[in-house]
Design a protein around this ligand. Structure first.
Ligand code: PLP
Length: 308
């Protein structure tokens, strides 16, 4: 690949999505937010993050995302220069300044770097970054309408004994190689298995199977997705039985319905596994009812926080 000229580099800069960032104590346009290449977050994936979305200028389940992020920061022995209130204010201000109606608001805390270049992580000065960018979907419009074709990857998801998946992290080489494998096999996306061969999760989403009206989602070894939790709460509201339990690949293939859950799109139907139809090959009634309810909650003050 040729090295871009300064002019080409500058024009790439202009292709940044619109958005607002916060770093080093100030708000700036997204294109101006840059970190040192010596930051441990970049060199060692020593960082945690969270993503909350804004829909029609209201945050969805902001407090749940703050809980998860603050717990991840704690578990990694990172430190933020402010508390929960300060964090909430920065996220709201990022969303407000971005002017976006539907946005992704990401918060990141990296180990940072050590002023003395020490290799001891305790010497590093932690860094906090936040940004608001346009909302993006795990599945495109066509995939959402027809339902996704998911491949069950041959790569094993990083086990929880190695990296605690309840800490939202950027360790995703397993998921990315799984995505390439899925594309080569003609699928839209991938779901990885755990060390026991049971279903784990995919890049940016959790998985649910519906059988005889009851929901199952993998219990451990996965990120405790906020949308996963939301789907469990919505199922309770609809009086549908739901369990967090091991889910085998065969149980997934033999389900009546399958769906994924993600901040990047909510509840989305899966209608094929490795090309084979789930049920009649169309998004099923339970998935559709949950999806409808999920979007209804986006205007409910109990589940949302206004940007203004
Ligand atoms: N699993 C992984 C590995 C993820 O990265 C994500 C979100 O990015 C999810 C599941 C879904 O979590 P949430 O519903 O909180 O977006």
């Amino acid at each position: 690949m040729n090295t871009p000229s300064p002019e080409q580099a500058a024009s790439r800069e202009e292709t940044f999505p619109p958005g607002t960032a916060y770093m080093d104590g100030r708000f700036c346009p997204l294109s101006e937010a840059k970190i040192s290449i010596l930051d441990w977050g970049f060199l060692r994936s020593d960082a945690t993050y969270d993503v909350v979305h804004v829909w029609r200028r209201r945050f969805f389940r902001l407090e749940a995302h703050l809980d998860r992020f603050l717990s991840s920061v704690d578990k990694l022995r990172l430190r933020l220069p402010f508390g929960r209130e300060g964090l909430r204010d920065i996220l709201i201000e990022c969303a407000r300044r971005s002017g976006l109606d539907d946005a992704y608001v990401e918060m990141v805390c990296t180990r940072g770097r050590s002023p003395t270049f020490s290799r001891d992580p305790r010497d590093a000065v932690n860094r906090f970054i936040a940004f608001a960018i346009p909302f993006g979907w795990v599945a495109d419009e066509d995939q959402r309408r027809r339902g996704l074709n998911l491949a069950i990857g041959t790569v094993t998801r990083i086990p929880p004994q190695s990296v605690d998946p309840t800490i939202k992290n950027y360790h995703s080489l397993d998921l990315v190689s799984g995505m390439f494998e899925a594309y080569e096999r003609g699928a839209d996306n991938v779901v990885l298995v755990n060390t026991r061969g049971d279903i784990a999760e995919g890049p940016g989403f959790n998985v649910f199977a519906v059988k005889d009206g009851a929901l199952t989602t993998p219990e451990g070894g996965v990120l405790q997705g906020i949308t996963r939790q939301t789907a469990l709460e919505l199922a309770a509201e609809l009086a549908l039985p739901a369990a967090e339990a091991p889910l085998s690949a065969d149980a997934l293939r033999g389900a009546d319905e399958v769906f994924i859950t993600s901040t990047a799109g909510g509840i989305m139907a899966v209608t094929r596994i490795d090309g084979a139809a789930i049920g009649d090959g169309r998004p099923g009634p339970v998935t559709e009812r949950l999806t409808e309810l999920y979007w209804e909650k986006h205007s409910d003050p109990a589940w949302t926080t206004p940007v203004e």
